[in-house]
Design a protein around this ligand. Structure first.
Ligand code: GLU
Length: 505
């Protein structure tokens, strides 16, 4: 049972009394990206697990933009994150794009709250101001490295007298605020829903900067202050943040707040089990959207990166994901991002679309191609025929030349070899004869003609179908031939058989 939480939030510019927002006992989780570039698939996984956890428990899913690192801030990144979350069907319930009871949801607009927390920590003796310059810190690191010591801040500004501090600060040096990690070695236990108890020693921790010299907080202070202020009950985030959690627990303790329940999600790995790099192009969610992966397929695939429904079910609808998701079934070991599996899954989702759905989904790809002005009804028929072959929506344009190219495109040499046979010529001649007997060539009449050709020439199976496919489509493989021929029509079939006959001689 969750305790009742209160969300104190002091709006930065107002001076009236702080507003008390009672968030009851609902589950509140957040996705807290830094707007420094493209949304990574690992970020989408974090967002998805938070979303599923919230929806499964009737809670709220919050977007918080952690934009306190001004040097890495990319102005368009926030809008792109929101757009991609919406594309993936994971629209947050609260966030900078839609407001909510704990607004603002952008950390750069909440600076007063972090400064107030830092002042409180300094007042209580849990933090201190430090004026060491970057050059001093560099010297310190070099000396520690030379002596084989742990590289960390050596604490020279920790215990200054008021007078010493005033003297140092009068020099106009940039000032940062640091955590005063207890000197006495203490075990800090993180109770993690995925990893169980994880123990750290305060001796391993550095006097972490919490307010930078530009007056902005670092991630650690801002995340703790906001998770508390926004009533966050559970923090599901990537494993790379686990080592920061003991610092966060100290901040909670010093500020007298109850920490949320943590769950650190396992790493995402490449197929060679190396850590999935943020820098490779094909790790951005945008890449998958552009390639024509369906949001439902990508979400289904990503849901299984670290979580399992408890059996070997792979295709799981969104509502089933919400119904089945639980942190208990999130594993500790890294999960491989297997593109082949994603492709297979996307193909299954494409196969399940209605032709009208497929029509509107492939439209942007076709509109950007040479086939934009083709007859829409013919395109619809083509989509139905090629649908089972499509792995990604973007592949649609690879299938269109088959239907639209001019008849006199030369047959490529390997294919040509396959129609230069006695059997192929016999089949072409017979097919041409039979073609005259039908008014229109549709799939049933084509199949009937093929049966008759087989019967009268004795040419069957692959010896018949392969040369016929090459003659009629100029390709060695493709969608079901009868369905393709129905779209090509009698006249094209006749012309192409004549050309193939001439070429096969
Ligand atoms: N801003 C951090 C990030 O970019 C959030 C980490 C957290 O969820 O606490 O991933």
């Amino acid at each position: 049972m969750l305790e009742t939480r209160a969300c104190w939030y002091r709006p930065p510019v107002r001076t009236e009394k702080p507003k008390l927002i009672r968030l009851m006992t609902e589950i509140r989780v957040r996705f807290a990206p830094s707007p420094t570039g493209e949304l990574h698939v690992g970020g989408l996984r974090t967002a998805l697990f938070n979303y599923l956890f919230a929806k499964h428990n009737g809670g709220r899913f919050i977007l918080r933009i952690e934009d306190t690192d001004r040097s890495r801030h990319v102005p368009e990144a926030e809008a792109r994150i929101v757009e991609l979350l919406q594309w993936a069907g994971l629209d947050p319930d609260e966030g900078p794009h839609r407001g909510g009871p704990c607004a603002p949801y952008r950390q750069s607009e909440r600076l007063e709250t972090y400064r107030a927390a830092a002042a409180e920590l300094i007042g209580k003796g849990f933090a201190y101001r430090c004026t060491c310059s970057p050059a001093t810190l560099q010297e310190m690191r070099e000396a520690q490295a030379a002596d084989g010591l742990l590289i960390r801040y050596d604490g020279r500004c920790r215990d200054l007298t008021d007078q010493e501090r005033a003297e140092k600060e009068s020099g106009g040096m940039p000032i940062v605020v640091r955590m005063k990690i207890p000197e006495r070695n203490e075990r800090i236990i993180v109770q993690d829903s995925v990893r169980g108890e994880v123990a750290f020693n305060t001796g391993q921790l550095d006097d972490q900067v919490i307010i930078k010299s530009d007056g902005y907080p670092t991630y650690h202070l801002a995340a703790v202050v906001d998770d508390h202020a926004m009533g966050i009950t559970h923090v599901l985030r990537a494993e790379e943040w686990l080592s920061s959690t003991p610092k966060h627990l100290l901040l909670y303790r010093w500020l007298g707040w109850q920490p949320p329940q943590y769950a650190h999600l396992p790493l995402l790995l490449n197929t060679d089990r190396s850590k999935m790099s943020k820098r490779k192009g094909d790790t951005s969610v945008e890449y998958y959207r552009e390639q024509g992966y369906l949001p439902d397929a990508l979400v289904n695939f990503i849901a299984l990166l670290g979580w399992s429904p408890g059996n070997d079910q792979e295709l799981i609808s969104r509502s089933e994901l919400v119904q089945k998701f639980s942190v208990d079934r999130v594993g500790k070991t890294g999960s491989v991002f297997d593109r082949d599996k994603l492709d297979w899954m996307n193909q299954q989702y494409i196969k399940a679309l209605s032709v009208e759905e497929l029509f509107s989904l492939v439209k942007p790809f076709v509109d950007a191609s040479d086939y934009a002005t083709e007859d829409q009804n013919i395109l619809r028929k083509i989509y139905a025929v090629v649908q089972p072959k499509l792995v990604k929506l973007s592949e649609i344009t690879d299938h269109l030349p088959l239907f639209f190219r001019s008849d006199d495109v030369p047959i490529e040499s390997t294919a040509l070899g396959k129609i230069k046979t006695v059997d192929a010529r016999k089949a072409f001649v017979e097919f041409r004869e039979r073609l005259h007997t039908v008014d229109e060539l549709d799939a049933p009449s084509f199949k009937e003609i093929m049966r008759e050709v087989a019967k009268s020439t004795g040419v069957k199976g692959k010896s018949l179908w392969e040369p016929m496919r090459i003659a009629l489509t100029l390709e060695t493989e493709g969608p079901e031939l009868a369905a393709v021929v129905e779209i090509l029509g009698k006249e094209k079939a006749r012309v192409r058989i004549d050309l193939a006959l001439a070429a096969s001689g």
